[in-house]
Design a protein around this ligand. Structure first.
Ligand code: AMP
Ligand code: MG
Length: 315
């Protein structure tokens, strides 16, 4: 059997959605589209299914997974929500925001999902295909990005097939992801709140709902989110940032006035750049040039998430 035949790519129609939901209920792995990137999904309440995610990704087991739910009510069965959590959920769910909250005692989740932490990361995604699968599966679903650990995240079904061929039971293809960078992760602590990973929901969006500025970061002990690892999203070649020209051995990723070999957004639009970020990194990785250079990207709005991912890709 070829690897491709072991990871069939199915259209994300009613039949594909039914088959993905059944695969999850039966304990299998399904790569599913979300509004951020493609996720490698398995039921979050079963040790063997969660172990299969870590194995397929080659992910270190100290890196906890985000649990995806179909509703805030389902999320409240798993974690303690305070007023701030409810305000954020009602403002941004379904959508690209992950909340790190105190784990509820007796929550039906595999231990490995939270990597033994007393907290759990929860997200209610907006993508209609992911929502339909969650509803039909009827269980909380762990779903990290559908790529080998540390590599560039997938925003198309083809990216998933290239990275994980044979390691996943099926791939649902719903075209390219709209947001293109992973969800914003927010930790709500007793003394305030903190962004663990910047994403499509910006600090200003969050502060507007919470009414206060985030905690100054730095008081943290150890790594809470793998997105915090210095090297992540690695394209497998050296990456030079803030480049306005290309050396002869460089593939230049452009933005705005810097044209490059390929542009994240020729019109200088940050949302478009976010949605194309990983696709252009995949292109740059397979280009003939042995090095990659990337044009400066403004830091405002979702530009903060783009710069965060580029810094780690370059590390
Ligand atoms: P990924 O699955 O690749 O999108 O990454 C999931 C992110 O969520 C990682 O950065 C995890 O470290 C983070 N995460 C998951 N659970 C927790 C938690 N309980 N506390 C802090 N971060 C978490
Ligand atoms: Mg990832």
């Amino acid at each position: 059997m070829t690897p491709a035949s072991r990871s069939p790519i199915l259209a994300a129609d009613a039949d594909g959605i039914r088959r993905a939901a059944r695969q999850l209920r039966d304990g299998g792995l399904a790569a599913l589209p979300t509004e951020t990137v493609y996720g490698l999904a398995a039921r979050a309440d079963t040790d063997a299914s969660v172990a299969a995610i870590y194995r397929a990704k080659g992910r270190p087991s100290f890196n906890p997974l985000i649990v995806h739910v179909g509703s805030t009510q389902q999320a409240e069965d798993l974690a303690h929500f305070d007023e701030r959590a409810r305000a954020l959920a009602s403002a941004f769910w379904p959508g690209p925001l992950t909340l790190v909250l105190p784990l509820r005692e007796g929550a039906r989740l595999a231990k490995a999902v939270t990597a033994g932490l007393p907290t759990v990361a929860l997200r209610c995604p907006a993508h209609p295909v992911m929502r339909a699968v969650l509803e039909q599966a009827g269980v909380p679903v762990a779903a990290p990005s559908a790529n080998r650990s540390g590599a560039v995240s997938p925003t198309t079904a083809e990216h998933v097939a290239t990275s994980l061929a044979g390691a996943v039971d099926l791939i649902l293809d719903a075209g390219p992801c709209a947001a293109g960078v992973e969800s914003t992760i927010v930790a709500l602590r007793s003394g305030g709140w903190e962004i663990l990973r910047p994403g499509p929901v910006t600090e200003n969006h969050l502060a507007a709902v919470l009414g206060v500025a985030p905690l100054a970061s730095g008081g943290r002990h150890g790594i809470e989110a793998p997105g915090q690892l210095a090297s992540h999203y690695a394209p497998g070649k050296p990456v030079r940032l803030e480049a306005t020209w290309a050396d002869p051995d460089e593939f230049l990723i452009g933005f705005g006035d810097v044209a490059g070999h390929l542009s994240m957004s020729a019109r200088g639009d940050l949302e478009e750049a976010a949605s194309r970020l990983y696709a252009v990194l995949h292109e740059a990785a397979s280009a003939v040039q042995p090095r990659i250079a990337v044009a400066p990207i403004p830091k405002s709005g979702v530009g903060s998430a783009i710069n965060d991912r580029l810094r780690r890709a370059a590390a």
